[in-house]
Design a protein around this ligand. Structure first.
Ligand code: ZN
Length: 489
C-alpha cells in the first residue's frame, strides 16, 4: 500500500505522488509569536512532525518550511485592529522584536521538549518584505488588486471570474456577497471580503516598511504565499496547518498565488483538527487556555497534576489528526499510563532472553506491514499505536512466561519498535523510564513467585501476592500459560 493522504481541497484520500519523485516540498503555517505556546500550537507541530518523519522514513528528502509570523497578523484575524505583536509590545513596553525574540524562543523550547524536529527552513515574515512587495506588484499587474489611499486590496469578485474562490473552504462567493458586514475601517474596500495585501500604517504604527503605495506593512496572508514560493518553488507538494486557518488564511493564499502566477502552487492541502478542553473551545476569555509550560509543571488550576512532554505528545498521537480531540485530566492520565506501558515494554526488549531453540513464533513481517499500512492510511497513528500494543502484549508474555526468543526475531522486533516508536512517532524514553523498567521487573518477579506458589499449590501465598499487588494498583489477568498485568487507570 502506498501513502494515502486526505487532500482538503479534493475532499478525498489521494495516493501521495510528489512533483519530484525523490524530493518533497512541505510548507506549514507556524505560530504568530506574541504569547506562550499552548496545546493549540502543539497539535499542528506534532501532526506535521509525524508527516515529516514518516516521509523521511519512506526515503524522501524533505524540505520542510515552517514560518514564524512576526508582522501583519492583526487582531481577530481581520484586516482591521492592531497588529498582535505590536499590541503586546505596547502593553509590555518593549520593542516588537523583543516580543518576537522572547516568544520564538519559548516556542522553540516547547517544541524541543515535545521532540518536534526543527524544520529545514524557518523564515520570518519581517525578513521577507521585499518578496511580499514583489508578489503584490505581480498581482496588481495581473489586475487582481487595487490601491486605495496607500493600501492595496485583493479583488475577490474579479478573481472569482477567472478562478474558483472558495474551493478550499467550500464557501460560495454569492453567499459571501449576501452576508457581508459593513465593518468599521473597511469602507475603502470594494467588498468586505476583499482582503489586504498591503496596509498603509497609521502614524503610531511602529512596524512599517517603505513601498511605492505607502509606508506600511503586508497583509497577514501575503507572507505564506511569498515565502513558500521562494523556498519551495512555484509548484510544491504539501501545505499544512490547523483547520482554523482554512478560511480565510489558506483560501486567500491560494487566491494570491494563482493571481500572481496564473496557477495554484499547492498539490496537497492537509489540515489538523482542533482541540477542545472538557468539551469547550479553548480561549483566553473562557479561562481554559493552558500553556504547554503549565502542563509540564501542573501549575494551571484545571490540571490535577503535571504531565510530561512525552505524555502530551502521546496523547495527541493517540487521536487521528483529522479528529477533534478533547483534553481532560482523565484522558491525559490514561495517556500517561499507556505511554509508560509502551516504553517499559520497549525498554525490556533488549533484556529478553535469547535462545536458538526457542519455539516462540511471532509474525513480525505481518506486524511490520500492519504498522506501515496504518501510517499509509492517512497517517493513522492511533491504529499504529494499537499494533504496537499487540507487540507489548507479546513482549510481556515472553517475560512473564520466562520464555526465550531467537536472535533474528529479537533483532527484527527491535528494529520495528525503533522505527515506529522512536523514528516515526518520535517518542523518546523519559528520565523516569529507568524507574518504570525497575518497577516492571519487580512486578514480573512477584508474579513469577506467585506462579511458583500456585504450582506448589500454596494458594494462600499466591492469593496474598495477588491481593497485595492489587491494593497498590496492579491489575492482574491470568492467562492459560502465565499472566498479563497493567497499572490501574
Ligand atoms: Zn500561513
Amino acid at each position: 500500500m502506498k501513502l494515502n493522504i486526505y487532500n482538503t481541497i479534493s475532499r478525498k484520500k489521494e495516493i501521495f505522488e510528489p512533483i519530484n519523485p525523490k524530493h518533497v516540498g512541505m510548507y506549514v503555517c507556524g505560530p504568530t509569536v506574541y504569547g506562550n505556546p499552548h496545546l493549540g500550537h502543539a497539535r499542528p507541530a506534532i501532526t506535521f512532525d509525524l508527516l515529516f518523519r514518516y516521509l523521511q522514513q519512506l526515503g524522501y528528502k524533505v524540505r520542510y518550511v515552517r514560518n514564524i509570523t512576526d508582522v501583519g497578523h492583526l487582531e481577530n484575524d481581520a484586516d482591521s485592529g492592531e497588529d498582535k505583536i505590536a499590541k503586546k509590545a505596547r502593553l509590555e513596553e518593549l520593542e516588537p522584536m523583543e516580543i518576537v525574540q522572547y516568544y520564538t524562543e519559548s516556542y522553540h523550547n516547547a517544541m524541543s521538549a515535545l521532540n518536534v524536529k526543527s524544520p529545514s527552513i524557518e523564515p520570518r515574515a519581517s525578513g521577507h518584505i521585499i518578496e511580499q512587495i514583489e508578489m503584490i506588484e505581480k498581482i496588481m499587474e495581473n489586475g487582481f488588486a487595487y490601491e486605495v489611499n496607500g493600501s492595496v486590496y485583493f479583488d475577490v469578485e474579479k478573481y472569482s471570474k477567472s478562478f474558483h474562490y472558495g474551493k478550499l473552504s467550500g464557501r460560495i462567493i454569492d453567499d459571501l456577497l449576501a452576508n457581508t458586514l459593513d465593518l468599521d475601517g473597511q469602507d475603502e474596500k470594494k467588498n468586505s471580503f476583499d482582503f489586504a495585501l498591503w496596509k498603509k500604517a497609521s502614524p503610531e504604527h511602529i512596524m512599517r516598511w517603505h513601498s511605492k503605495w505607502s509606508d506600511g506593512f503586508p497583509g497577514w496572508h501575503m507572507e505564506c504565499s511569498a515565502m513558500s514560493i521562494k523556498y519551495l518553488g512555484e509548484k510544491f507538494d504539501i501545505h499544512g496547518g490547523g483547520m482554523d486557518l482554512l478560511f480565510p488564511h489558506h483560501e486567500c493564499e491560494i487566491a494570491q498565488s494563482a493571481a500572481a502566477l496564473g496557477f495554484e502552487s499547492v498539490k496537497y492541502w492537509l489540515h489538523n483538527n482542533m482541540i477542545t478542553i472538557n468539551g469547550q473551545k479553548m480561549g483566553k476569555s473562557l479561562g481554559n487556555f493552558i500553556n504547554l509550560e503549565e502542563f509540564f509543571t501542573g501549575s494551571h488550576k484545571l490540571l490535577t497534576q503535571p504531565y510530561s512532554a512525552m505524555t502530551i505528545r502521546f496523547f495527541l498521537l493517540q487521536a487521528h489528526y483529522r479528529s477533534t480531540l478533547d483534553f481532560s485530566n482523565e484522558a491525559l492520565q490514561a495517556a500517561e499510563k499507556g505511554l509508560a506501558r509502551l516504553m517499559t515494554a520497549y525498554g525490556s526488549v533488549s533484556k529478553l532472553k535469547v535462545s536458538e531453540t526457542s519455539t516462540i513464533s511471532i509474525n513480525l513481517d505481518e506486524l511490520n506491514q500492519k504498522c506501515f499500512d496504518a501510517m499509509n492510511d492517512d497517517l493513522n497513528s492511533p491504529i499504529l499505536i494499537s499494533h504496537l500494543f499487540d507487540a507489548v502484549k507479546t513482549i510481556n508474555l515472553i517475560i512473564s512466561d520466562n520464555e526465550q526468543i531467537n536472535k533474528s526475531d529479537l533483532d527484527k522486533l527491535k528494529s520495528i519498535l525503533d522505527t515506529f516508536i522512536l523514528d516515526v512517532l518520535g517518542l523518546v524514553p523519559e528520565n523516569n523510564s529507568t524507574n518504570e523498567a525497575v518497577l516492571s521487573d519487580v512486578i514480573n518477579l512477584m508474579l513469577n513467585l506467585r506462579m511458583e506458589a500456585k504450582a506448589k499449590k500454596d494458594f494462600e501465598l499466591s492469593d496474598k501476592i495477588r491481593n497485595e499487588l492489587n491494593k497498590i494498583g496492579v491489575e492482574i489477568k491470568d492467562k492459560k500459560d502465565g499472566f498479563d498485568w497493567s497499572l490501574k487507570s
